[in-house]
Design a protein around this ligand. Structure first.
Ligand SMILES: [Zn+2]
Length: 265
């Protein structure tokens, strides 16, 4: 009896992971085509090296990459490790959220949020731009979701949007005033608005804190090695995404610990 229940829940988990990987495969297409203004549907997948169409059996997430040993079947050109990585990351987050929530609505809400963060991270790394179509529609979606979940009130979501986006706008404006050039883009401001919509005010403030620390630790060695030094352009979107995901998984536990153990409240 228990054996069969376990087998069923395992099958469900494998299914959720596999479905997540397939979505990740589609995200690879979006990451590549959305900034270029190309259609997300047609033409079908093809090798960026030789242009040969990719058959379905060579387009199975992660497996095909391993079977082909990271090379195109036709031209033997290298396939970026990023493709299976995006597939695996998406699958793992889908599984992680499923283990946490099961089929609750919160699973869908947070998976949409993380999916947007994955897309934004890789597009920002490639182009130094964050498409408005992702950040602004994500903000609206996150705000609307606050009406559907007891976890976040709509006022908290709205405050997250305004103060999250607004505080970063103030930092960006100050930086621009002092350095006489643009340091952080409006794309980051809108991304923080979206993060605020999903996480609320404490969430977006902790996201700014974590991403500033991680961004500084990761950015300094890059600037050190680069010829441009302090002026090296580093996309900040990926760090904001890391901060937001840290908060999503560990934030409430961290706040609990901070208030009870650190301050003894
Ligand atoms: Zn090829």
């Amino acid at each position: 009896m228990f054996q069969s229940i376990d087998a069923w829940s395992l099958a469900r988990q494998v299914w959720v992971f596999a479905a997540g990987c397939c979505l990740g495969s589609f995200f690879n297409v979006v990451i590549y085509r959305l900034p270029a203004g190309k259609s997300l549907v047609t033409p079908g997948s093809h090798c960026p090296g030789c242009g040969h169409a990719i058959a379905f059996y060579d387009n199975i997430p992660i497996f095909s990459y391993l079977l082909l040993m990271g090379k195109c079947r036709y031209c033997r050109g290298r396939i970026s490790i990023r493709y299976p990585a995006v597939e695996a990351i998406t699958g793992l987050f889908a599984l992680g959220l499923f283990l946490r929530y099961g089929w609750e609505a919160q699973f869908a809400i947070e998976f949409v949020f993380i999916s947007l963060l994955i897309l934004i991270t890789f597009i920002d790394l490639d182009t130094y731009e964050i498409p408005n179509v992702l950040s602004l529609s994500g903000t609206v979606f996150g705000f609307l979701c606050s009406f559907a979940t007891p976890r976040l009130s709509w006022t908290d979501s709205l405050l997250g949007i305004l103060i999250g986006g607004g505080s970063f706008y103030a930092i960006a404006a100050l930086f621009q005033y002092l350095r006489k050039k643009e340091g952080m883009g409006m794309g980051d401001v809108k991304l923080l608005g979206m993060i605020g919509a999903f996480l609320g005010l404490p969430g977006v403030l902790l996201t700014i804190m974590v991403s500033s620390i991680v961004g500084t630790l990761a950015g300094l060695p890059v600037m050190w090695r680069s010829r441009e030094g302090m002026s090296t352009r580093i996309p900040f979107g990926p760090f904001l995404a890391i901060g937001a995901i840290c908060y999503l998984f560990w934030g409430p536990a961290f706040i609990q610990w901070y208030l009870s153990d650190f301050w003894g409240a």
